[in-house]
Design a protein around this ligand. Sequence first.
Ligand SMILES: [Zn+2]
Length: 98
Amino acid sequence: MGDAHRFRTTRCPHCGYPMDVASNADASKEAPVPGDYSVCLSCGAFLRFGSRLRLSRLTKQQLEDMPADMLLELGRIRAAVLLAHKTIGPVGDEKGHL
Ligand SMILES: [Zn+2]
């Protein structure tokens, strides 16, 4: 996992979970940029950074156009998030927020 990068708080458009930090799934130290993909640590939704690093839902077309290796990587991260919820419990308070 790469270095953690902080950014202005944005909420998951699916569940409202606030996010203000991200790191690359690989060892890269690069900060997120618009167009990068992400996964919500609360609900496991696939997301994409937009302008000013606001997170947005993926459109059906974006999912269809996503390279297979990226889709597999996001799927692995989503599986890890959901497995963590089953073993250590949900992230945040009872509303899913920090
Ligand atoms: Zn979410």
